[in-house]
Structure formats: structure tokens, C-alpha cells
Write a protein that binds this ligand. Sequence first.
Ligand SMILES: [Zn+2]
Length: 575
Amino acid sequence: MFQTRIGRLRFLPVMTFGLSMALFSACEPSNVGGLPEEVTVNLPSEGAIDEALASITEEEIREHTQVLASDEFGGRGPSSRGEELTIQYLTEQSAALGLEPAGEEGTWVQEVPVVAITADPDMTLTINGGSGPATFEYGSEFVAGTPRVVERVGFEGSEMVFVGYGAVAPEFGWDDYAEVDVSGKTVIVLVNDPGFATQDPDLFKGNAMTYYGRWTYKYEEGARQGAAAVLIVHETAPAAYGWATVENGWTGTQFNLVAEDNNMDRVAAEGWITLETAESIFEMAGLDYQELKARAQVPGFEAVSLGDLTASLEITNTIERSSSKNFLARIPGTTRPDEVVIYMGHWDHFGMDITLEGDQVYNGAVDNASGVATILEIAEAFTLLDPGPERTVVFWGTTLEEQGLLGSAYYAENPVYPLHKTAAAINIDALPITGATHDYTIIGFGNSGLDEYAVRANAPIDRTVKPNPEPEKGSFYRSDHFPLAKQGVPAHYGSAGHDNIEHGEEWSRAQSDAWTAENYHQVTDEYSAGWDLGGAMQDVFVWFRIGLELAYSNAFPTWNEGTEFKAIRDAMMGG
Ligand SMILES: [Zn+2]
């Protein structure tokens, strides 16, 4: 097997690097609050960097991956024996590298309390009024559940309002709730955002999905508005997945974080309805769904009452509380230890399914044993740097990513290190396994100044940086960097593109599509000696360089103008 050692890759001389840094910093917006007046980057010598890079080997990434993805680790299910083994492995490896525990109270972990809520599928959505009544069937016509930690929740005779996209987006001059009070009411909301619907580049971000388009946002906004229930109309194109995905994902046990109020401030019922269900509900009210949908795409749209229609629903739950662990290790900063740079990647996967015939272990080798293995290797390289990083570098194995980014969301709401002192996060989720590429894709390209870090980090290995080709699918909102971004911390998520050096673009896309169809989130995501980690080693080089520049600089990368996370970051840095 060909071994790539990225230590052999040459990096630009420090001088050039410093110059380009100065050029880029000139473009950054003026300082707010406690930001440094002058940006400095004091990298170690090129020789020291090369030496550190040389410690990152493909062989060691393979070894860590094999252990983490072994059947013994049982698919690394949260709260399982697999979790114990994983945390133990990460602790041993980190201690051996000389990292410090970086979790709560001097430990290696942050405890993440969660609740598993299983709704009784025997529920019916009843709509009264208009030409009704009508009832809709759970699973095939609607799905619903509650984040509230209660055995029984429901409502009867709740008035219904169509709120368009249900977005309150001041930076886009948009407020679907401006003229309506929805307290105690059931809102019907469209998926995605007006930009995607119209493909108008001047509306929201055009084809690229904004956070206002994500289902999580629809429920959060509904809660802020005091709605009793939020029902999202499913349509395949704007959702980017079919009804089967909604039905599978929303029935059965749902994991949630638990706030002190047992999530009572969240909407009682979060659900989806099929397009057919939506059309028939609107028809009952004498309204035309397609016509109202078209109106909702025009600026100035005002929410529309569904007349005398009311909704009734009762949800009965089985509740089980448990907890899982975020793993946290660090190298303390030498000159500014209170400032933090984060490498993150989820250690959890789906565990085991003992009802399966044959293989029962979701090994999650690519997703994301490979990412965690990589973080250990990057950590090792950082320990070898002399002088050590000016800022504290935190290496974080997140939990419960596969259950809805819960481990990272918990940290983002209960940060171990203050977010306003956290310069940026780099998320690693699944290594590429099909070889070296001419390109590097950033998910969420255009969001923040971190893009420029990635451009600089890819330059020495002659890779072009490209935006994610399918921004309408909202991938930026679907991995662990997102909860941090949502709280304002600039976060980078990128990896090798499809311009494969050896086999070209078409081959690469076909490989990737085939892998997704055959292995993604299946028991067949297993380690293979046949992986070509050429692209992965390029990526590791890039991620290391991005972190390096962050860790030896006093710069705080900023969100770009018009990005939905800019306001919260500006407020925190100014205050
Ligand atoms: Zn993943």
C-alpha cells in the first residue's frame, strides 16, 4: 500500500505566508470590541512545521480508524459499552500524546444529558371546521412528536394559520410573523426558503439554503412565536429528500437535549404533513394551497388564517433519560491560553441493531471513526510544534451527532470555553477514500473569513477551493460545526472535491454516489485496506494548516455580511 506522508509536502516560505495574511486582513471589517488592532501571525519555522507534519501518517490514521470501527466497539452507540470503550481509547491516546484533559472539572469529558422520547404511533390529526371534519393518518399522511418531556401532550380546537416560510430574517428584510399572533395556534409552514423557491439570487441567498430553510429553524421560530404546533408541508424538491425519509426519521425514538424546564418552552407538537394532506386541509378552508404558496414567495407576504378550521392532536410518550459524553482534550496556549481554536469530529455512530440478520454492527468507519482518527493525528502534530501554539487548541470528539447534532448543540449552549474567546472551529466528518484531488470543497462557502484560510492552506498542494456544488441541500446545517455557528462561532467544514487526479470527475462522482447508496449509515460502512487515502492526506494537511494559522495568530475570523450568524457574533465580540 502506498503511504503518503504529508511531511514531504512543501509549504510556502513563512515570508510569503505573512504577506498574504496581511493582504487578506486588510479586507476584513473594522475591529469591534475586544478584537486586536493589528493582526499578527507568528508561525514556527518551516522546519518545525515540517517536523510536526511528518508525525501525521496514513498508517496511524488507519490504525486508529480500525480500532474505533472494530466490531468490539459495537458501532459506538451513545450510552453503550461502545461509548465506554471509545472514551477510554481517546483518553489513553490523548494522555500518551501529552494532551491535557479539557472537559468539565479537570476531566476528559463533558456530560451531555439527553432524553429519549418515543411517541405512541396510535395518534390522529383531526381537523374540524370548513368542509370538515377530516382525520389524517400517522405515518402516511403526517408525523408529529413533542420535544417536551411529558407523558402526554396535546391540544384541541387550535386555530390554524398559514405563515408561509415561517421566517423572521431581519438581514433579508423578511418577517412572516409580522402581522399575526399565533399563540396557542397551529401554524402550517413551507420547507426551505423563498430564495430556493424562486431561484431569485436577490431573495435570501437564492438557490443556497439559509438556516431559515431548515426544519429545525421552523420549530424554533414557532416556539418563539408561542405556537401550539408547527406542521411543515413536505415537498421533495425543497426538502431535498422524500417523504420516506421524513417518515423513517420522525417515527420511533427521538433523542433530545433537556432544558431545565423539561423543554416546556418548545412547541407542544412538531410535525410534518404530506403535500396531499396540506392541499386537502387548505381545500377544507376554501383556499388554494398552490396559490398561497406562490404568495408566500413574494416580499411583504402576510400570514393567512385558515378561517374556522381547528386542529386537534394528542401525543402519548414513553420517556427514558440517559446521558452521553463529549470528549475534550487540549494543548494549552503559550501566550494567549484563554483564546481557543477547536478541532471537532463526532465519535458516535448508530451502535448495533440486534434485530438484523448477520452483521448487526454499524461500524461507522468512514463516518466518523476516520475523522476522530485524524483529530488524534493532528493533535500529535500540534504537540511537536516548537514554540507551542499561542492559543489553546482543543480536540473535541462530539457525541450524539447522528441523533441530531445534540452533543455539539449541548456544548454550544453550555460551552466549556467562552464562545467569544473561541476564534474558530474546524469540523472533520468522514475522510474521503477515493484518492487525491485537484480541488477542495467548502460546505457553506462564502459564509466567513475562514474561506481565505482554506485557500491559503490548499495553495501549497496546488488545490483549488470550490463552493459546495449543492448548497440547496443545506449540508452546512447538518454536521457538528453548525450548532457552534448558530451561536456565532465561525466554523469550517470542507473536504476533497471531485476533481480526482487519477480518475477524473465523473468517476469520482460515481464512486461517491455508489458509496452513499451502498454504505452510508449502513452496517457496511466498515474499514477497508483498499481505501485510497491520498485525498484524505491532502485534507489533513489543509486542516492542520488552517488550525496552525489560527493558533499562532491573534485574528478572529468574522462572518461575512448577510450571513445569518453575523449579528450574534458581532454582539458577543462587541460586548
Ligand atoms: Zn458523520
